[in-house]
Design a binder for this molecule. Structure first.
Ligand SMILES: Cc1cc2nc3c(=O)[nH]c(=O)nc-3n(C[C@H](O)[C@H](O)[C@H](O)COP(=O)(O)OP(=O)(O)OC[C@H]3O[C@@H](n4cnc5c(N)ncnc54)[C@H](O)[C@@H]3O)c2cc1C
Ligand code: FES
Length: 254
């Protein structure tokens, strides 16, 4: 992990309230899928960095992409960043997700889908079956980018305005018997993990999730991002930024 100066080479809207940013670096070390970066905002009154997953990366071009929803003051400030501007960025952070099996089912809910392209880029030898869920057609992101990587992609929207109608987790669950994945990786809101826990229980496939917590330092020092886990040796707390963000769903206390 290194603190670097990045040059913004793209920053523009890509869906309703969602922006896509590309950052160029002088050097870029090995990145795992589901690792994240922490951006220092150009507005000095906002001291805390803002964490975003590394949506995708290009090792040769030394670039990393971020796909972000504009939800508050910090992300509003990010939309004002211009191409050519410099940003202070800490990366890569977190444990990341390194699948062991060959056939991998990826499930993204809303902005959680932003983590998936990098998982595919970092694992060119795996076969990916991707399920993306959004609230409505206006919120759909990254479908084309993920399809372009050769993955099979199914999209569902809650209101049926694009793709299949309903929760994507139901379609993913239905597909487990035909896809026969070796592992399942899910990234989305906590409510999605609760639904996945209920419906995927007993499917016989390990399910990994990427947790999102409010963060302070992003590097394991402040303990702001604690989350409770249950392991063979008992219950305890882990830091989402350093020990995660990827955990086995069975171990997470939701
Ligand atoms: C490891 C990690 C990866 C993330 N990846 C992405 C990503 O790829 N794309 C993306 O759009 N967002 C991502 N987030 C969430 C993102 O960090 C927050 O949306 C952002 O920091 C909000 O900043 P703000 O100043 O605009 O909002 P604030 O004004 O601080 O808050 C506005 C709203 O955002 C919520 N919020 C703030 N911080 C977080 C947080 N850490 N997690 C969840 N909700 C938060 C608040 O509850 C509030 O409702 C990620 C968070 C983490 C921890
Ligand atoms: S954010 Fe400081 S320990 Fe995780």
């Amino acid at each position: 992990m290194k603190d670097r100066i990045a040059t913004v080479i793209k920053n523009r809207p890509c869906a309703e309230g969602i922006w896509s940013m590309t950052l160029a670096f002088d050097d870029l070390e090995e990145i795992k899928g589901a690792q994240f970066l922490d951006i220092k905002l150009p507005d000095r009154s906002k001291v805390l960095r803002r964490p975003f997953c590394i949506c995708d990366f290009d090792k040769d071009a030394k670039t990393a992409d971020v796909c972000y929803a504009v939800v508050g003051e910090g992300t509003k400030v990010l939309t004002e960043v211009k191409e050519g501007d410099k940003l202070n960025v800490l990366l890569p952070l977190g444990n990341g997700y390194s699948p062991k099996g060959k056939r991998i089912m990826l499930v993204g809910g809303g902005m959680g889908s932003a983590v998936l392209p990098a998982v595919i880029t970092a694992n060119p030898d795996k076969e990916f079956f991707v399920y993306l869920g959004f609230a409505n057609a206006g919120k759909v992101v990254l479908e084309k980018e993920i399809s372009a990587k050769g993955a099979t992609v199914t999209v569902a929207t809650d209101d049926g305005s694009y793709g299949k109608k309903g929760f994507v987790t139901s379609y993913a669950r239905e597909a487990v018997d035909t896809v026969k994945p070796d592992e399942i990786f899910v990234c989305g809101p906590e409510v999605m993990y609760k639904a996945v826990r209920k419906s995927f229980e007993g499917c016989g496939v390990p399910v990994y999730v990427s947790l999102e917590q409010r963060m302070g330092c992003g590097i394991g020092a402040c303990l702001v991002c604690n989350c409770k886990v249950k392991r063979a040796d008992g219950e305890g707390y882990v830091r989402v930024c350093k020990d995660g963000p990827v955990f086995l769903l069975d171990e997470v206390v939701l």
